[in-house]
Design a protein around this ligand. Structure first.
Ligand code: FAD
Ligand code: NAI
Length: 475
């Protein structure tokens, strides 16, 4: 006999598990189904983000940054290190432990909020009176009956048509996060977010890293002044980035991977590497959902078609996160999950898509919210720009990390902040002030008049705001 719920969530990534918790908080009987399985065969909720995405990548970025500091920067502080070693297995073990803490944390949160968790694959059986039947198959086999379904099945790495992932030599994000030893030569196809983050990890640990990017522009979606600064820093660190290439045949043999490509001038080149990370974007996970059973509309990429409020083509079915349009970011998925649960409860859930911050966790970090200079120019919006370099910030000097700048863009007439862009230390944390300011429709003058702690990196945001009015105090 089918178990009855008000809301069934398929997928326990950041979109799904947060939607399930919010729906339970609002008084619904909620089930959440997820098929991710850990090495011991148990459930591993948290999705891509927790298992092979945000969390493990940041764990490895942190470990590799410590190593780089010990190898190259401790000496500046008078700290001598002899016999520095890198135990890759221990680093991967620590990363796995961090992942497990997060998996366990989500299972605890489900219990705390009375969300019933099912470990297995969720798929639509069909429409029943005033709702839907959803099957759980795998570790548990059940049939659930519900009024509302939230699909939050996420995305998977897109392979190159030339070569499948074997996760030994040709790696997706999954394999890139569990390489057993530092490769001598690492190739990366795609200089997007994953390519730069994972390329940075293995470069810091000693790999020779070459990144092949199809587009002629580096980080085209990033404000180009910021992207240029980042490119300069990455190149100085030894990351070799080739733009405007056309990747051809790829041979994967026991000895490694050979990539034939045409460089930006059209000359034929070959790159031989020990491991290759392919990071050319991700595809929505809709196979296995049996979406046809309820007539759910998918677009040409296989993403679930939704309106601005995450309503799918069938009333009662909603979809959030990577499986729908929009940026593939954990916090975007979470915001949509909360908003959908609130809409099901008759409330006015809201996501402001203009205020979703982006962060690339390289060193220097890159973070931004709102419009770039090139977008404002393309839209014909008159704006004022202010920049402040970390070179002139006392805390950055004390940290020993003065790369980069904060850049603020404000409306030329009203002074409302339209975009904030940071390349530099702790950009991921600095961007939060900009998000809050922009959510409250602050002007650059508002930020310039707010007292910021000294010495702090955040003073650079205040100085960038002062720079909008051409009156920096420290530069
Ligand atoms: P997912 O996290 O993909 O979760 C979907 C879940 O649904 C999975 O557990 C899957 O097993 C399950 N599932 C799928 N189909 C079924 C089914 N039929 N039945 C049952 N379960 C099913 N974003 C950031 O914001 N910050 C970062 O720093 C960041 N770093 C990243 C690093 C890497 C290497 C990668 C790959 C991604 C990163 N992202 C980051 C992106 C982020 O991981 C995704 O945007 C986010 O996980 C999307 O959440 P989601 O809930 O939509 O889907
Ligand atoms: P991406 O979209 O960020 O970058 C892919 C890059 O590959 C692009 O620059 C594209 O031009 C290039 N490319 C595509 N096809 C190519 C080809 N055939 N040859 C050469 N270059 C090619 O995708 P990525 O890095 O795979 O990451 C996927 C998504 O995961 C990101 O867009 C982001 O949403 C999310 N993510 C977020 C992170 C964060 O927030 N810090 C970290 C990692 C991933």
């Amino acid at each position: 006999m089918a178990q009855l719920f008000d809301v069934v969530v398929i997928g326990a990534g950041p979109g799904g598990y947060i939607a399930a918790i919010r729906a339970a908080q609002l008084g619904f009987q909620v089930a959440c189904i997820d098929e991710w399985t850990n090495a011991a065969g148990g459930p591993a909720p948290g999705g891509t983000c927790t298992n092979v995405g945000c969390i493990p990548s940041k764990a490895l970025l942190q470990s590799s940054e410590h190593y780089e500091h010990a190898a190259h920067h401790f000496a500046d502080h008078g700290i001598g290190v002899k016999g520095l070693t890198m135990d890759v297995a221990a680093m991967i073990g620590r990363k796995d432990a961090v992942v497990k803490q997060n998996n366990d944390g989500i299972l605890y949160l489900f219990k705390k909020n009375k969300v019933t968790f099912f470990h297995g694959r969720g798929s639509f059986v069909g429409t029943v009176d005033n709702g839907f039947e959803v099957a759980v198959s795998g570790k548990q086999n059940e049939t659930l009956k519900t009024r509302h379904v939230i699909v939050a099945t996420g995305s998977s790495a897109r392979p190159l048509p030339q070569v499948p992932f074997d996760e030994v030599n040709v790696l997706s994000n999954d394999g890139a996060l569990r390489v057993g030893a530092v490769p001598k030569r690492l190739g990366v196809i795609g200089s997007g977010v994953i390519g730069l983050e994972m390329g940075s990890v293995w470069r810091r640990l000693g790999a020779e890293v070459t990144v092949l990017e199809g587009l002629p522009t580096f980080l085209g979606a990033v404000d180009q002044q910021i992207a240029k600064e980042a490119h300069k820093a990455f190149t100085k660190q030894g990351l070799q980035i080739e733009l405007g290439v056309k990747v051809g045949e790829i041979k994967n043999t026991k000895k490694g991977v050979t990539i034939a490509y045409d460089d930006a001038k059209g000359a034929a080149q070959t790159l031989a590497v020990d491991k290759l990370i392919v990071s050319i974007g991700r595809v929505p996970n809709t196979q296995g959902l049996n979406a046809e059973a309820v007539g759910l509309k998918l677009d040409e990429r296989g993403a679930i078609v939704v309106d601005d409020n995450c309503r799918a083509s069938v009333a009662g079915i909603w979809a959030v996160g990577d499986v729908v349009r929009g940026p593939m970011l954990a916090h975007k998925a979470e915001e949509e999950g909360v908003a959908v649960a609130e809409r099901i409860a008759g409330q006015h859930g809201h996501v402001d898509f203009n205020l979703i911050p982006w962060v690339i966790y390289t060193s220097p970090e890159i973070a931004w919210v709102g419009k770039t200079e090139q977008q404002l120019k393309a839209d014909g919006v008159a704006f004022k720009a202010g920049t402040f370099p970390f070179l002139a910030n006392g805390r950055a000097r004390a940290l020993g990390d003065t790369t980069g700048m904060v850049k603020m863009l404000a409306d030329a007439t009203t002074d409302e902040i339209l975009g904030v862009h940071v390349v530099g230390p702790m950009a991921s944390e600095l961007i939060a002030e900009a998000c809050v300011a922009m959510a409250f429709k602050a002007s650059s003058e508002d930020i310039a008049r707010i007292c910021h702690a000294h010495p702090s990196l955040s003073e650079s945001t205040k100085e960038a705001a002062l720079a909008v009015d051409k009156r920096t105090l420290n530069f």
